[in-house]
Design a protein around this ligand. Structure first.
Ligand code: SF4
Length: 223
């Protein structure tokens, strides 16, 4: 069975590729670029994947072009819901490429991440699969979360610090919280977390960025 696997980055591909190969699949990767900002970050992730793909002898299709403008136009005014568009476009591009290439099915390393909206990815993948007439392969790759992290560290692969789009970069680095009525940002939040002096309870409102920051630090792993 030939499967086209959307790959968001080298570290996230480790466990899914290994598992699929063990299950007898002939795996080829597909690297989507439009959601990775800025362009230099996209190149870093692509180079890291090229390096890893070489090590494990994996063929990868690298998307051509870099449609930053299209991505922004499709997410503006619905920034809080942007992942819906992002997942859909990544999975649809993968499915269309898989169809053209006569693959038996398609899937995504997004199913490996503990930080992505797993159920939404599954549902979008299955719906695209049905509408385009190519099966979406679902597996909960999160079971290999630790294994993938350890292997990526062992191989010294580039490990990004935020999901991909410019919004996620902001959330990663401008963690903002309200502490006793004052807004605290960025390095101040880190200091507070480091000193364990962030008060809990109603007086502290922790925004998404801070939660992401804590998650990342808890696992020492980016989304
Ligand atoms: S946070 Fe990640 S999944 Fe969501 S829109 Fe940005 S790049 Fe896409």
């Amino acid at each position: 069975m030939k499967i086209l696997l959307h790959i968001c980055c080298a570290p996230c591909s480790i466990y899914p590729v290994k598992t699929l190969r063990n299950d007898g699949y002939n795996v080829m990767g597909f690297f989507y670029r439009h959601n990775i900002h800025p362009y230099t970050e996209c190149l870093k992730r692509q180079e890291s994947l090229e390096h890893y793909a070489n090590i494990i002898n994996l063929k990868v299709i690298y998307q051509e072009g870099y449609d930053l403008e299209g991505f922004i136009q499709n997410t503006v005014f619905r920034e809080s819901n942007r992942c819906l568009y992002c997942y859909h476009d990544r999975l649809r591009s993968t499915a269309l490429t898989a169809k053209r290439g006569k693959f038996d099915c398609f899937s995504s390393t997004l199913l490996y991440s503990k930080f992505q909206k797993h159920d939404m990815i599954k549902s979008i993948g299955e719906s695209i699969g049905k509408s385009l007439g190519i099966p979406f392969y679902y597996q909960d790759f999160r079971a290999g979360w630790k294994e993938g992290i350890e292997e990526s560290k062992r191989l010294e692969l580039y490990r990004q610090q935020y999901c991909g789009c410019i919004y996620s970069e902001k959330e990663r680095y401008i963690a903002t919280t309200r502490v006793h009525g004052s807004t605290v940002q960025g390095s101040e939040v880190k200091k507070l977390i480091g000193s364990k002096s962030v008060p809990s309870g109603k007086e502290t409102e922790i925004c998404e960025g801070l939660r992401a920051y804590e998650d990342i630090n808890a696992s020492n792993r980016e989304p």
